[in-house]
Design a protein around this ligand. Structure first.
Ligand SMILES: NC(=O)c1ccc[n+]([C@@H]2O[C@H](COP(=O)([O-])OP(=O)(O)OC[C@H]3O[C@@H](n4cnc5c(N)ncnc54)[C@H](O)[C@@H]3O)[C@@H](O)[C@H]2O)c1
Length: 319
């Protein structure tokens, strides 16, 4: 089949492109290389089944041409992460909302399947863990920029479901929880690459806040396998699915684990949230997925545990 992967030169997108090519599909990646890179796709760039188009999902005509030539669209292009949206709110919101609108609109004439990558951020401050897909979104005020990311992704979900019900575009939504793996950069505030970079460089490992907040991390190969199954299964159209891992760890424990696995002498220090981020930051105490829906729908359960995942990330940093 012919896949269009927007954001295909990004962290998760590049792994997805590799995965699809390995299964004999043809893949076109559309990426503006804003946070993605040619380095991410170096293993596939000469593969005859692969092409990269360097352009933006905000370019209607390019997008329409690429969508019309594809069977399935995996839409990953986005301004990713809370830090990104705090620092560049306007461009980030535009990319996330208008970009998704363009992708969905381009799929109307031929009805290609669209797999949308949303985020666990949409659960916001909900304390009712684990999060199942029907849980409430509990978001903070619009004056706090960090909520713009969750809101933009939630709006993407609304748009996708509206295009499904009114325009018959077959959509499926994956809500990704924290994903980790090689090629993820720490530049945009992602905690695992940041800790690993600090530990290997012998710098202080900086835990934001008291470190008692917990997270769960999914290895990228599990995420990509789930996205693939969601893209292929005809019985789940119009569905919303958590994609994550239920192994929970506090951020302090994560820092200690990374330090130990890196055999690092780095000190672990705590930084107040307000210092780590400008513009009134709010953090969630726990974020854990309920995976029963995706397990039942496509038999998903994560294969890579946290220790293995961290070892792979550390090995890729050492390379
Ligand atoms: N990494 C995570 O933990 C995580 C968690 C939840 C959801 N997600 C979602 O998964 C998707 C991929 O995220 P990622 O972690 O690989 O981040 P990433 O930044 O590596 O990937 C995003 C890609 O989109 C590209 N891009 C940005 N704006 C674009 C535009 N206007 N036109 C074309 N390309 C554009 C970037 O260059 C980059 O290659 C995103 O939609 C993100 O919201 C990621």
């Amino acid at each position: 089949m012919k896949y269009l992967v927007t954001g295909g030169a990004g962290f998760i997108g590049s792994h997805l492109c590799e995965y699809l090519l390995a299964r004999g599909h043809q893949v076109t990646a559309l990426d503006d290389l804003s946070t993605g890179s040619l380095e991410n796709i170096k293993s596939i760039k000469t593969n005859p089944g692969f092409q990269l188009v360097v352009d933006t999902v905000l370019n209607h005509s390019v997008l329409a041409g690429l969508v019309s030539g594809a069977d399935i669209i995996c839409h990953l292009a986005a301004a990713v992460g809370v830090k990104n949206i705090i620092e560049n709110p306007l461009q980030s919101l535009k990319t996330n909302v208008e970009g998704t609108l363009n992708v969905l609109e381009a799929a109307v004439p031929s009805g290609q399947r669209v797999v949308l990558t949303s985020t666990s951020e949409v659960y916001g401050k909900n304390e009712n863990v684990p999060f199942s897909e029907e849980n409430d979104m509990v978001l903070g005020p619009t004056t706090i920029r960090r909520w713009g990311y969750a809101c933009s992704k939630a709006l993407d979900e609304f748009l996708a479901l509206a295009y499904f019900s009114e325009k018959k575009v077959p959509v499926v939504i994956g809500r990704l929880f924290n994903t980790i793996g090689p090629r993820q950069t720490g530049r945009y505030g992602m905690v695992v690459p940041r800790f690993v970079g600090q530990a290997l460089a012998g710098e202080e490992i900086t835990v934001y806040g008291d470190g008692k907040q917990t997270r769960s991390f999914t290895y990228v190969s599990d995420v990509v396998a789930a996205l693939y199954l969601l893209s292929q299964n005809k019985n789940i159209i119009g569905g919303v699915f958590n994609i994550g891992n239920t192994e929970e760890i506090t951020i302090r424990e994560l820092a200690e684990k990374v330090k130990m696995l890196c055999r690092s002498d780095s000190r672990i220090v705590h930084l107040p949230m307000e210092e780590a981020y400008r513009d009134g930051f709010e953090d969630m105490r726990r974020r854990l997925p309920d995976l029963s829906r995706i397990k039942e729908a496509i038999g998903y359960s994560p294969k890579v545990n946290l220790d293995e995942a961290l070892k792979k990330v550390i090995a890729s940093f050492r390379e």
